[in-house]
Design a protein around this ligand. Structure first.
Ligand code: BG6
Length: 525
């Protein structure tokens, strides 16, 4: 059963959470801290237990100790000791190989024991925090050991981490493999971007404000920009990144989540499938890329050495586990068209990259210009346009810029900003971003998880780009300096259409809320 997202506080049902790859980073950095936050807020049931499963040589006691030592280093806020004591008593560990049938028998015994001790009513969910090559084999083994059977009202669910497939074909294969064992309603494909408060707010902002939705279409919107910029390089993930690249790593998942939330039609309810139907429609409406479109409307880049946050940093090709002549892209920019009634003719520009000038994820809605006629005989020479920016991270908020008369006897216009800042209004939450997603899975609400058709529709858009890029390996890499805003071609992509990227970090708002924009976009005079 898939629950209804309308319930603003779905109750997590009694269950055992089984973490595959439990000794890895995700468990101590995100999963257990998120569960502690839920427990602290009274959102976890008493009837709850965790079984960690991995190849590392821990006993249950050793595993509890390791987590107790490590979590305070990563948790987003101070660890509440009473909560940790509560959680600690509910954690178990099974050592085993993901391919070994005997290990699954031990796992089954441990789950049953935890079920009895904590009265979890036979409900369980499996979190696959493992390398993608293990997804299919693990689910197959779970099926063989009858661990995924839902009977007598008990449920069994599986959360799959990204990357979900490497291209369209492998994503389809993975969906098929999982569906041999599980029904679609048992599969929760997680995308941590949907755990971000501001991403969830896009829907609320659009559909709960009567002044917003009427403007949200081709009649009023000139274009949309979606940026996910990082200052970090590939860190210790060079090996993985060499096989992925920025396009696979960020676009069909995170950026498409932002895109579909922004562009979708209003669903008839917050029911999981109603919302996901509307998101899927957006992906299906994206105009397919021909090889010519790929050459014209996509840009790839790779960072060379440079300066980020005042520190000199190495180029991508000098990162650990990266080939010295690697052609893997660390930056991508795309221009998409959504071929439907609402968005026909409105370009969506997407960009993401590593080692960029500033860490920022944001959605920019750039509105059309008003007629100039009224100002023809005044000293005003140029009218700026309204712009709505949804700031996803690191600051969370929404800003709307609009023109206002500068006080004085001469007609002068200024661009001013109206800002809503999450932390100012609601206070800072010590959240990992996984709380909501874990609780939703325990409550059977799949609204914020990807359905198989959405995953495939996303890859379907990306596949022609992968094909052309493979056939024509990049030349001239590295083509942007670490600490810049990416290759010059990314600017050309918009300039060709007479538009600039929003100049993030370069706008200063003065004490009166006026935006002092650098020369290029110009304050209105
Ligand atoms: C991950 C990517 O999915 O998202 C990483 O694999 C990327 O390469 C990360 O750094 C970005 O997430 P966030 O939440 O920091 O924007």
């Amino acid at each position: 059963m898939i629950a209804n997202h309308q319930d603003s506080n779905p109750t997590a049902a009694p269950c055992v959470m089984v973490i595959f790859g439990a000794s890895g980073d995700l468990t101590k950095r995100k999963l257990i801290p998120a569960l502690c936050n839920l427990a602290l807020d009274g959102l976890l049931p008493q009837q709850f237990a965790i079984v960690g499963f991995a190849t590392n040589d821990y006993t249950t006691e050793g595993f509890r100790k390791m987590l107790g030592d490590e979590i305070p280093k990563y948790a987003p806020g101070p660890l509440d000791l009473k909560t940790w004591d509560w959680m600690r008593e509910r954690i178990y560990y099974v050592r085993g190989d993901f391919q070994d049938v005997e290990a699954y028998k031990r796992l089954r015994e441990q789950i049953e024991q935890a079920d009895q001790i904590h009265n979890t009513l036979g409900n369980r969910f499996f979190y696959l925090a493992v390398a993608p090559r293990f997804f299919s084999p693990i689910v197959k083994k779970l099926g063989e050991c009858s661990l995924t059977k839902e009977e007598n009202g008990h449920w069994a669910r599986v959360i799959v981490e990204k990357p979900f497939g490497h291209d369209l074909e492998s994503a389809k294969q993975l969906n098929q493999d999982l569906k041999q064992v599980l029904t679609e309603n048992q599969i929760y494909r997680i995308d941590h971007y949907l755990g971000k408060e501001t991403v969830q707010n896009v829907m609320v902002f659009r559909f709960s404000n009567n002044i917003i939705e009427p403007l949200w279409n081709r009649n009023y919107v000139d274009h949309v920009q979606i940026t996910a910029a990082e200052t970090v390089g590939v860190e210790h993930r060079g090996g993985f990144y060499e096989t992925a690249g920025a396009l696979r790593d960020m676009v069909p998942n995170h950026l498409f989540q932002l895109l579909t939330m922004t562009a979708m039609e209003p669903p008839i309810s917050f029911d999981a499938d109603q919302v996901r139907n509307k998101q899927a429609e957006v992906l299906h409406a994206i105009q397919p890329f021909t090889p010519e479109d790929v050459l014209k409307n996509t840009v790839r880049g790779q960072y060379g050495g440079g300066i980020v946050d005042g520190q000199r940093v190495a180029g991508y090709r000098s990162e650990p586990d990266v080939s010295p002549d690697s052609n893997t892209e660390t930056f991508v920019a795309l221009k998409l068209q959504i071929d439907n009634w609402r968005w026909a003719g409105v370009p969506f520009y997407l960009r993401t990259g590593k080692r960029l000038a500033q860490r920022t994820t944001e959605i920019v809605i750039q509105f059309r210009r008003t007629p100039f006629v009224l100002f023809r005989n005044t000293s005003v020479r140029n009218l700026e346009t309204n712009r709505l920016v949804i700031h996803i991270q690191p600051e969370e908020g929404i800003s709307l810029s609009f023109g206002a008369k500068v006080p004085g006897s001469v007609m002068k216009l200024g661009l001013v900003n109206m800002d809503f800042d999450y932390s100012t209004y609601f206070g800072l939450e010590h959240s990992t971003g996984y709380e909501r997603l874990l609780r939703d899975c325990m409550a059977g609400d799949a609204t914020l998880f990807q359905r198989s058709d959405m995953v495939e529709a996303g890859w379907n858009v990306i596949q022609p780009i992968l094909d052309v890029w493979r056939a024509l390996p990049a030349r001239g890499f590295p083509n942007y300096a670490a600490g810049s805003w990416g290759p010059i071609e990314a600017d050309d992509l918009l300039e060709r259409d007479g538009r600039p990227w929003r100049r993030i970090g370069e706008e200063e708002v003065d004490k009166r809320g006026r935006i002092a924009v650098p020369e290029k976009t110009g304050i209105i005079t």
